[in-house]
Design a protein. Structure first.
Length: 166
């Protein structure tokens, strides 16, 4: 009888670790003010996604690529086809500037960040390209809302409650 109780306790402990231990990497996008999660997506380490928007001055598209790391995000770089306020114009110690074969400007920085906060634009049309889908940030939160994007490790239990994209 003791043997079966011991086996049962061992199985219960293994099940608890499997279900409740944070082991699944996700991209979480949450309201930076309230913490309300607006979107969650299962990710693999090294997987990339794109945040695009319309530049406020030159009204041209900008595509920022980000990569999910174990416990942070990496801003890989940007692609754009016209200069505007705040856009890089040359290589610096912060990043490499080059013009691609297609004529688009590429700014590579590979900067690790614990999180990236984006204020949902009223006219910028911020759009997230992730897992073969496009999601407008204005569909996740009201314009003006700061959304924090971060890599998180979640347990299966938390994931089941929050319904992450696969």
């Amino acid at each position: 009888m003791r043997y079966w109780i011991g086996i049962g306790c061992l199985l219960a402990a293994a099940f608890s670790v499997f279900v409740f231990y944070p082991q699944r990497l996700v991209l979480e996008i949450a309201d930076a003010n309230t913490g309300r999660v607006a979107l969650c997506a299962n990710m693999d380490e090294g997987e990339e996604f794109v945040l695009s928007f319309v530049h406020s001055v030159n009204k041209r598209p900008v595509y920022d690529t980000l990569r999910v790391a174990k416990d942070h995000l990496v801003i890989v770089g940007s692609r754009f086809d016209a200069f505007g306020a705040g856009m890089p114009e040359t290589s610096t110690e912060q990043g490499t500037f080059r013009v691609g074969r297609d004529g688009w400007i590429e700014w590579t920085i590979n900067r690790p960040m614990p999180e990236v906060v984006v204020r949902v634009g009223r006219v910028a049309n911020h759009t997230l390209r992730l897992k073969g889908r496009e999601t407008r940030l204005a569909d996740l939160a009201e314009p003006g809302t700061p959304l924090a994007m971060r890599a998180q490790n979640r347990s299966l239990y938390t994931e089941w409650k929050g319904r992450c994209l696969r």
